[in-house]
Design a protein around this ligand. Structure first.
Ligand code: GFB
Length: 308
């Protein structure tokens, strides 16, 4: 990408999109096409087509999505499949119709089978059944990957698909019902400390393992891949290391300075037992994650305390 090329970052105000904006701006890119959800509803096909025709971006980073944690995915499956299918379909098709030079589609590590061997290699896609709590979301993301590959094959487009692991960082959603585990636990331990509570509650058993990538590292990886990766085959983005939910909770508790105990709510689901990405493909291209988990947790707590 040349520094003056026009880049459309779909979802530029979210956790991922805002980090991509920070990374692009830091690297000297300055020509952006940005629309808030109020200005442009990405589920409306005609509106998306019109916007592409008028603004003709050179590059597209598709970071807009309906996302949420295990409870939100499990409670609103229709919204997760419908909104994601609509918006990715509209953007991918319009990108092709308007001669976009390259598009980056963001998938998720939940596209891999629930009981995939660990760490999960890119070619495990579609080799087994999905985790039921987020199957509709995963199916929408798999459809996005397959759309990119189909357009590449039929029309010669250059659409890449990246699979990030669980993400966290500034601008995350800290709502306790709809958020992912990292922001939920930061908020719970901060609230428990403020209230001098005896305990804070962690959902499930605490035994599932998750890999966490600081969102600014993801953003750097995406800009790197936009400039160095042209293959339609999916590529994982992660740290290559995971922790149990209990280990994560203990770390957040310590960093927040909460002195009470941790309790478990076994009425809430654990979800998939483990989803660690094999990151040898992106490492071999010359990229690896920089931010250690504790440092990322500290930065995210800091951001939450300043912005809550
Ligand atoms: O981050 P999370 O909601 O999503 O939950 P997934 C990860 C693990 O943390 C689960 C546990 O085992 C949860 O039960 N957990 C413990 C909590 N306490 C909490 C809490 O207070 N809030 C939340 N949210 N979890 C999502 C998918 O799966 O991951 C999405 O549903 C997406 O589709 C995303 O792929 C990356 O890692 O289980």
């Amino acid at each position: 990408m040349n520094k003056t090329d026009k880049i459309y970052v779909a979802g530029h105000t979210g956790l991922v999109g805002s980090a991509i904006m920070r990374s692009l701006r830091a690297q000297g890119y300055s020509n952006f096409m940005l629309h808030t959800i109020e200005e442009l509803d990405l589920t409306r096909q005609a509106a998306v087509e019109e916007m592409f025709k008028q603004e003709r971006p050179d590059y597209v980073i598709l970071a807009a999505a309906k996302v949420g944690g295990i409870h939100a995915n499990d409670t609103y499956p229709a919204d997760f499949i419908y909104i994601n299918l609509q918006l990715e379909s509209n953007i991918i098709h319009s990108a092709y119709r308007n001669g976009v030079k390259k598009l980056c589609f963001l998938g998720s590590s939940c596209i891999y089978p629930k009981f995939a061997p660990q760490p999960m290699k890119e070619d495990y896609l579609l080799e087994g059944k999905l985790e039921p709590t987020n199957e509709p979301y995963a199916i929408a993301k798999i459809a996005g990957i397959k759309m990119c590959q189909a357009f590449n094959r039929q029309y010669g487009t250059k659409f890449i698909s990246v699979m990030p692991t669980n993400l966290y960082g500034p601008h995350d959603n800290f709502d306790l019902q709809s958020s992912h585990v990292m922001p939920a636990l930061i908020r719970k331990f901060v609230d428990a400390r403020t209230a001098a509570a005896a305990s804070a509650t962690v959902w499930g058993s605490g035994s599932p393992k998750r890999e966490f990538l600081f969102v600014d590292d993801l953003a750097d990886a995406i800009v790197f891949l936009m400039n160095h990766y042209d293959d339609g085959e999916i590529i994982n983005i992660g740290t290559g290391q995971d922790v149990t939910i209990l280990e994560l909770a203990a770390m957040i508790k310590e960093e927040v300075g909460f002195i009470g105990t941790i309790e478990f709510d076994s009425s809430k689901p654990d979800g998939t037992p483990r989803k660690l990405l094999d990151v040898s493909k992106i490492n071999a291209l010359g990229w690896s994650a920089k931010t250690p988990l504790r440092e990322g947790v500290q930065k995210t707590i800091q951001w939450y305390l300043e912005n809550k």
